[in-house]
Design a protein around this ligand. Structure first.
Ligand SMILES: *Cc1c(COP(=O)(O)O)cnc(C)c1O
Length: 375
């Protein structure tokens, strides 16, 4: 029986190994470990890729979120609306700047935050809406930005799972006041360690983030601090890895799309429901998520069959114990989804045989579950 892992980075690493070896030797020769030319090059490439004027490399995606909020002046007394189905870091960043995360419900088909769900929880204290492009699906930014603007609220994209996605043809990263990326190794564009970036078209915001990530330094000076910042720089090595992988990103995204298409086709008309199919969105399939009744039993059967799976996320943020202070009432769609969501193996180098094997096992496991439910 062939094991199918949930994700597999080895083939991606192999494709960039030579370029990274060369970049590393150059860094060893000139000791440019921090603030090397590799960082500026990657920042320029990433800004261009996202269709914006500025990209600022930072230490990780959580810092990207935090630094944007700080640069926007969000802090104590302010509220930030966060979809309840996201990785906890989206909410964590809000708390870390001293503001209050207010959790919103999601659309049951896409599990993304909707304008209605935003309206339901927005208050006069709301300053920012975090639009999370969850699983790689670009959110409906036209509708979200319109709803937010009516209340004078800014929209920040949490694009940590959506490198290269597009909404109505426009790149993720260019759709809000700023966007935050993570380059954690398992993301669609992943470093050999932690990394992140803020992208924006706003010159003032970009300059603030660039200063804050580097101890609040004022342009070019070493000991002139215009703000109390932090140390959140992207390493030269990580920047070199990201530049090497960026050359492959579109090809890898196409490969993810081929896997997703095969899944969607296999599950059509079955009890296994594919999450996320808005025609305006060019999905980059960071994760392949389905909703299936009896999820835990299905997952256990798949594990016995050697198929790796995940759940993103098992507990909606408003029910995570550390966030109990921010629980303002039930969010029915996200709570119902948490019982049914299952993330299937998804990585660019997955073979057609591997995908077919997962489809067969998922359909068999879901079928048994439906039968045992009836019986
Ligand atoms: C990964 C992720 C983050 C955090 O990024 P790190 O680089 O791990 O700090 C934030 N939001 C979402 C939606 C993520 O998936």
């Amino acid at each position: 029986m062939q094991h199918v892992p949930f994700a597999d980075l080895a083939a991606q690493t192999a494709e960039v190994r030579d370029l990274v070896d060369k970049a590393w030797r150059e860094m060893l020769d000139d000791s440019s470990f921090v603030r090397g030319p590799q960082v500026t090059s990657f920042e320029e490439e990433w800004a261009r890729y996202c269709g914006v004027g500025h990209a600022i490399g930072v230490a990780n995606g959580t810092d990207a979120l935090q630094l944007v909020l700080r640069a926007l002046g969000v802090g104590p007394g302010d509220e930030v609306v966060v979809p309840a189905n996201t990785f906890v870091a989206t909410a964590e960043a809000v708390v870390l700047v001293g503001a209050v995360p207010v959790f919103a419900d999601v659309d049951p088909r896409t599990l993304l935050v909707t304008p209605e769900a935003f309206e339901a929880v927005a208050t006069p204290r709301t300053r920012v809406l975090m639009a999370v492009h969850l699983f790689g699906q670009p959110a409906d930014m036209d509708a979200l930005v319109a709803a937010a603007e009516r209340r004078g609220v800014l929209v920040v994209e949490d694009a940590a799972q959506a490198h290269g996605g597009r909404w109505r043809g426009r790149p993720v990263g260019s759709l809000g006041v700023a966007a935050c990326f993570s380059f954690y190794p398992g993301k669609n564009l992943g470093a050999f360690g932690d990394g992140g970036a803020v992208v924006t078209d706003d010159d003032v915001l970009a300059a603030r983030v660039a200063s804050l990530r580097d101890h609040g330094r004022i342009d070019g000076s070493h000991y002139d601090h215009g703000a109390i910042g932090t140390n959140s720089r992207l390493d030269s090595l990580q920047a070199a890895v990201l530049s090497a992988k960026l050359r492959r990103l579109d090809e890898w995204t196409q490969a993810r799309r081929a896997v997703a298409a095969r899944y969607a086709e296999a599950f059509a008309g079955t009890p296994v429901r594919w999450v996320g199919n808005r025609p305006e969105a060019e999905h980059v399939h960071h994760l392949a998520v389905v909703r299936v009744p009896g999820r835990d039993a299905v997952r256990a059967r798949l594990a016995r069959a050697g198929i790796g799976t995940g759940v993103h996320y098992p507990t909606p943020c408003h029910l995570v114990s550390a966030y109990a202070d921010y629980h303002r009432g039930p969010l029915p769609e996200v709570e119902a989804a948490a019982e049914e969501i299952l993330s299937l193996p998804m990585f660019p180098h997955m073979t057609a045989e591997q995908v077919d094997r997962v489809c067969d096992e998922v359909l068999a496991a879901a079928g048994e579950e439906v039968l045992s439910d009836v019986g």
